[in-house]
Design a protein around this ligand. Sequence first.
Ligand code: CTP
Length: 402
Amino acid sequence: MRLKGKKILIGVTASIAAYKIPILVRLLKKEGAEVQVIMTESSRDFVSQLTLATLSGRPAFHLPFNTQDGSWNSHVEFGLWADLMLIAPLSAATLSKMAHGQSDNLLTTTYLSAKCPVYFAPAMDLDMFAHPSTQKNIDTLITYGNHLIASQTGELASGLCGAGRMEEPEKILEIILKHFKKKADFEGKKVLLTAGPTYEAIDPVRFIGNYSSGRMGYAIAHEFAERGAEVILVSGPSNQKVNHPNIQRLGVQSAQQMFEACQNFYNSADIAILAAAVADFRPKEVPTHKIKKEDGLDTIQLVPTVDILKTLGKQKKNQLLIGFALETSNEFENAKRKLQEKNCDAIVLNSLQDAGAGFQHDTNKISIIDKSLQQTTFELKSKSDVASDICDFILQMTKKSN
Ligand code: CTP
């Protein structure tokens, strides 16, 4: 009964894969979950409403109101009730509506109201699945923080063979179990993390900075905290919010301030992850008064900032030290060089060549290169899913180093 007390809302749309949902409902019920099914009108051509109602033990709704007494099947209440919403199978039509905020039925209005994590499992024929609009809509849902249950390759209802098959119910159950499993696998570990940009003052009102939002670093902080670690988050200017008792956030502005904060915590850290986009240069002189336009400014003389990662690499004792590399060309060569020069145990590579990766996106696509120069490449995912992959990778590293 690994899902005892968990409330799962399943949205079913019109796809032949809907015939697998009764099996999924049974699997979830066997694990102790409470299951509520809502359906689109045409999904009822693919799977019986009565079957789903009987197996879930609750009416399977498809209308926003009850035709007999006119009472409201509140999408708001469904959205608040659920601990997790799963939309499976997700047809191309509903996918498109979800990506564009179109809310013309019980399922799509509930999706828009849902406060809980949302998983979606697309299912459609090969060419529909491959169409750029479908792929774009899937990416859009990921950017909204929804979790993709990737479609599989295999035989399709059309007789064609290819990508577009909904993931099997047993696998979907595994994903849901993984979601709810409280993994305290970093309990007792101290994690030092840098995030966001740094601002290097030109004068009291101007600075040199970069486009980093801090989203990736904050997502990593949150994931470690959720998994039991005590996190010191040294953050440059960022409007990201911290909302976890295990995270202590220290706000800094410049590379020098970030360096000093790291120095205070590095010795006691088990793991240090330097995800910040630190400015490499700072103005040599910073006047105490605002530079006036009429005085003119031909050049700003710059000097290098301290390389925080490289310095921590030199001071390293037992810590696992993880760097980031943001590259626009020669990605792997540059990342490997940084890994070695800065004495890291692994480096997370973002390439700005990859659509949806890097600054200001909700998604990211990374590769991790370890000390033996072995490289693991991940798919484009939401930054919270990328954070989970990074934690899993580091967990494996800590196991190997013990
Ligand atoms: N880094 C750091 N201190 C700096 C510059 C970078 O700690 N002054 C860290 C970053 O946090 C990241 C890694 O070094 O973990 C690589 O940063 P990146 O900007 O990709 O590389 P640089 O070493 O700055 O080299 P370049 O800008 O020439 O690519």
